[in-house]
Design a protein around this ligand. Structure first.
Ligand SMILES: Cc1cc2nc3c(=O)[nH]c(=O)nc-3n(C[C@H](O)[C@H](O)[C@H](O)COP(=O)(O)OP(=O)(O)OC[C@H]3O[C@@H](n4cnc5c(N)ncnc54)[C@H](O)[C@@H]3O)c2cc1C
Length: 388
């Protein structure tokens, strides 16, 4: 399967890099310090058609392939990880509708998401249901031509700023999360919905991570995605694709840290020579560059599998997220080392990048969960999966 970026991809990268360097990078430190959602950059990305890359042209999107979408996320994350989450989560929130929505649901919501007029969020995690998604407790009770949602969600990216949320709740509690959960579209102005709390975080500090409460929130049957009981399947299919956005984000964070480290080391003098001329530093930079490139290529290989709807795409996207997340953590930590004491202070961007990198090992399935997915697929291929 070919996955090499084309001349169009190179052009896209150059255009997004220029925009990110000129307009996003200068805002990154302030966004981090104030921990405020960058509405100005959301508008900028919307104007540049960068929030509609995953939507079809008939809905106002630009319908980029998944490598193209990865390049957009990567180049924005190279400047600022918080801002890269705006297109990444727009897709995450929309994916359940892409995968299980009716034409009517898509026609109703996608134009507003593709233009960036509306933001989307994806509400799966609960306080007692993180990695163990199937232990969700939120309820959706059928009532006439609608459902009444009650319960709460935790750690929902953009949950407090989104206009539309795709949310998962039990329609058949006795059947449990795997068979009794269903997916719904909830508009944020529906009575009974609230986002009462936003977390204080280590990194991606401008991206609000919200607690959501649902107190008799009534949604019409027309807002259910797929059939009753298909929620778990829809959530897993969503994450199998969306975690590639996190892989791209991680590659971008690593590249940003590498570039900052090279720039600093080429300038800084110690013992009468440039720090970059010490072989020990060059070896670190070489490792950082090769590992970042390996993560990037694996991300693109996985992107091609997503576009081809390959039956083993989950193996590829989990591998990419695993490798890219660990690479981002390692490379940003090494970037701090290359800058010495200056790497540790907020005047330089690498300490922020190191804090931002950590989340890529945690959300959309922790690295342990990625390993479980990869191992299961591996054993299935080898015919050595556990029976029963
Ligand atoms: C900033 C942020 C943004 C997020 N955004 C969203 C969002 O938009 N939407 C959403 O629905 N969720 C979101 N999440 C939730 C995120 O996906 C979960 O936090 C993550 O899946 C882990 O769940 P947990 O935090 O409950 O950890 P736990 O599941 O409690 O895990 C604790 C530890 O146990 C390990 N562990 C768990 N199970 C196993 C196992 N079977 N084998 C080996 N180790 C295991 C984990 O890897 C981890 O190290 C977000 C989280 C954060 C922090």
């Amino acid at each position: 399967m070919t996955y090499l970026p084309t001349a169009d991809h190179d052009e896209l990268r150059a255009a997004v890099r220029e925009l990110a360097e000129e307009r996003i990078a200068p805002r990154a430190a302030e966004i981090d310090e104030k921990a405020e959602f960058p509405w100005d950059l959301k508008e900028l990305l919307a104007k540049q058609d960068l929030l509609g890359t995953c939507f079809e042209e008939k809905h106002g999107g630009t319908n980029l392939d998944t490598i193209g979408q990865s390049i957009v996320a990567e180049e924005i994350a190279r400047a600022d990880a918080t801002t890269s989450l705006i297109p990444i989560v727009q897709k995450l929130g929309a994916l359940p509708i892409m995968l299980a929505g009716t034409d009517e649901q898509k026609d109703r919501y996608f134009p507003r998401l593709a233009s960036g007029e509306w933001l989307a969020a994806f509400g799966l995690t609960e306080a007692a249901a993180g990695s163990d998604v199937a232990s969700n407790r939120m309820r959706a009770t059928r009532d006439g031509d609608g459902y009444v949602l009650n319960g709460s969600k935790r750690f929902i990216t953009h949950g407090s700023v989104a206009n539309l949320l795709t949310v998962f709740a039990l329609t058949d509690p006795e059947a449990g999360g795997r068979k009794g959960m269903s997916a719904f579209i909830v508009e944020a102005d529906t009575p009974g919905f609230a986002a009462p709390r936003v977390e204080h975080k280590m990194g991606i500090r401008g991206s609000p991570t919200a607690e959501l409460t649902f107190d008799d929130v009534r949604v019409p049957v027309a807002n259910r995605l797929g059939e009753e009981g298909e929620g778990f399947k829809i959530a897993m299919a969503t994450l199998d694709r969306s975690r590639l956005g996190i892989a791209a984000q991680a590659v971008g964070i690593a590249q940003g840290a590498l570039d900052a480290a090279i720039g600093y080391a080429a300038d800084r003098q110690q013992f009468g020579q440039r720090v970059v001329d010490f072989e020990g530093i060059q070896f670190m930079l070489a490792d950082m560059a090769s590992q970042t490139e390996a993560a990037r290529q694996l991300t693109y290989a996985a992107a091609a599998r997503v576009d081809a709807q390959a039956s083993d795409l989950r193996y590829w996207t989990s591998s990419a997220k695993l490798v890219a997340g660990d690479t981002a953590m390692r490379v940003t930590t090494d970037a701090v080392q290359v800058l010495g004491g200056y790497g540790y202070i907020s005047e330089y961007p690498v300490e922020r990048m190191m804090r931002d990198a950590k989340i890529t090992q945690l959300y959309e399935g922790t690295q342990q969960i990625q390993r479980l997915i990869v191992a299961r697929q591996l054993l299935q291929r080898a015919g050595a999966a556990k029976r029963g």
